[in-house]
Design a protein around this ligand. Structure first.
Ligand code: ATP
Ligand code: GMP
Length: 432
């Protein structure tokens, strides 16, 4: 487990203790620190098109359009004949997140989903496996006869991305195949709201089952919302799932507005904190917000400039560490915001997956906390049952930094971790 922050100071985080045995790729739930992701396994097929292509096929721009296999195949064949397909990447919003987590933490994660039983060269399943970190344990994927999902990613000249999702067998994940011990010993269970639109498909029950397992074992559940129209479509079901089963929600500002009716991320966060314990809201060129709870007696005042928006002095206690609301004697809502790292890249290669990257950073910090608590239970860091190792403010910095890394590369998944020590002029970024 790599340490998630404070890169320039010596710390007592036991990261370099020699491993007594040969490393194993398969997660051992009694010994390893890992997060579990449950997702629709999807390969992103990237193609450049113009707007008329979208109109011709009746595809909603900027959305994730779930279509019938025959229609998706017609689109795919047309793109092939036009020579418009540039790449195949492993995708799926949670697949991306656990892959990024494993790259950042240099440690294991588990992906629960489906995989084709018979894989041929060049098939969607083949591309998926080629582009997934070897630290993501794929031993618990369930075999299906058909293909994994295909996410045709249509890029229009304005840089906007539109998905055409051919589900294949991606929704055939069954509850019976969910390995209970893996879920109940995880640092976190992470899933998205996307499977909620697969009504009548086995993945809904698989999702419910894993949520119940995690809730019973008090494993933090993290849910990312996917995309705005999904939230508009499934608002009440998402709200209900969140307040019953989820501790941490992640979304962008449009999804936050669709969920709460509040266009202002701070006001949206204030509402969302009535349902869950922590919320990450990414806001594109406006950076990101991390909001949650701490105990009144444990609050820590920021040394950063105080900010006001729709809430006055909202970041005053952003140096506090996040807690579950129920663990606070006197819960205090804490809000933190950060502008994009270095003001954002000079040239953005791709914004797809920037939010998934930010969430991976938050998961890394949470898993590091879990890991440290196992190794140093008497440490003062664990006098209270904190949700994460770092403060709200520090996690914001880390999440923002990771998003930047995605923005400057073409793919939506990280291909390498962050530098151990930042060499840039902004080296001071990591110092307090
Ligand atoms: N135009 C931009 N300029 C500077 N930084 C940006 C820009 N767009 C995104 N970012 C950075 O990336 C982070 C995440 O971006 P965004 O809010 O677009 O995520 P998202 O819509 O959830 O992405 P996805 O769903 O594709 O993963 C932001 O919090 C910010 O740090
Ligand atoms: N799980 C899931 N991921 C999706 C869906 N639509 C788009 N994505 C993924 O979202 C990612 C970008 O955040 C891409 O890599 C897409 O594969 C969907 O319906 N389900």
């Amino acid at each position: 487990m790599k340490f998630p922050g404070h890169r320039k100071i010596k710390h007592y985080f036991p990261v370099s203790a020699p491993k007594p045995e040969l490393p194993r790729f398969e997660v051992d739930p009694r010994r390893d620190t890992y997060v579990v992701g449950l997702d629709q396994v999807i390969v992103d097929v990237v193609a450049k098109v113009d707007d008329t292509f979208l109109q011709q096929h009746g595809i909603g721009k900027g959305l994730s359009n779930l279509v019938e296999h025959d229609k998706a195949d017609r689109i795919y064949q047309q793109l092939l004949s036009l020579g418009a397909i540039s790449d195949h990447f492993a995708g799926g919003t949670i697949g991306n997140t656990v892959h990024n987590y494993s790259v950042l933490a240099d440690d294991k994660s588990v992906l629960l989903g489906v995989m084709s039983a018979n894989i041929t060269l060049g098939s969607p399943a083949y591309h998926y496996l080629c582009h997934t970190s070897s630290k993501v344990d794929l031993n618990h994927l369930q075999a299906v006869q058909g293909d994994v999902g295909r996410g045709i990613t249509l890029i229009t000249p304005d840089g906007e991305r539109t998905f055409v999702i051919d589900p294949g067998d991606m929704d055939q994940l069954t509850a019976a195949g969910i390995p209970a011990e893996l879920v109940t010993n995880a640092s976190a269970l992470v899933l998205s709201a996307y499977p909620l639109r697969a009504s009548g498909q086995p993945i809904i029950a698989a999702m419910q089952h894993s949520l119940q397992l995690a809730n019973k074992a008090e494993v933090p559940v993290v849910m990312s919302l996917g995309t705005r129209h999904l939230v508009e479509e499934l608002r009440s079901s998402i709200q209900q799932t969140a307040s019953q089963h989820v501790q941490i929600l992640a979304m962008n500002e449009q999804e936050a507005e669709a969920l709460t009716g509040q266009a202002d991320p701070l006001l949206a966060a204030e509402t969302i904190l009535e349902w869950v314990d922590m919320v990450l809201i990414t806001a594109g060129a406006d950076g990101l917000y991390l909001c949650g709870y701490t105990d009144e007696a444990l609050k820590r005042e920021t040394s950063h400039p105080i900010k006001s928006g729709s809430l006055a002095d909202f970041n005053r206690y952003e140096f506090s560490r996040p807690m579950l609301r129920r663990d606070c004697r006197q819960p205090l809502k804490v809000y933190s915001h950060i502008d994009p790292y270095l003001g954002g890249p000079e040239r953005i290669a791709n914004t797809n997956g920037a939010g998934d990257g930010a969430l991976a950073a938050l998961l890394h910090d949470m898993a590091a906390n879990h890991h440290h608590r196992q190794l140093q239970p008497m440490s003062s860091k664990h006098e209270q049952p904190y949700l994460a190792y770092s403060s709200f403010a520090q996690i914001c910095k880390y999440a923002n930094r990771v998003s930047y890394e995605i923005l400057v590369q073409f793919a939506s998944r990280l291909s390498k971790g962050l530098p151990e020590r930042e060499d840039s002029l902004e080296e001071a970024y990591w110092e307090r």
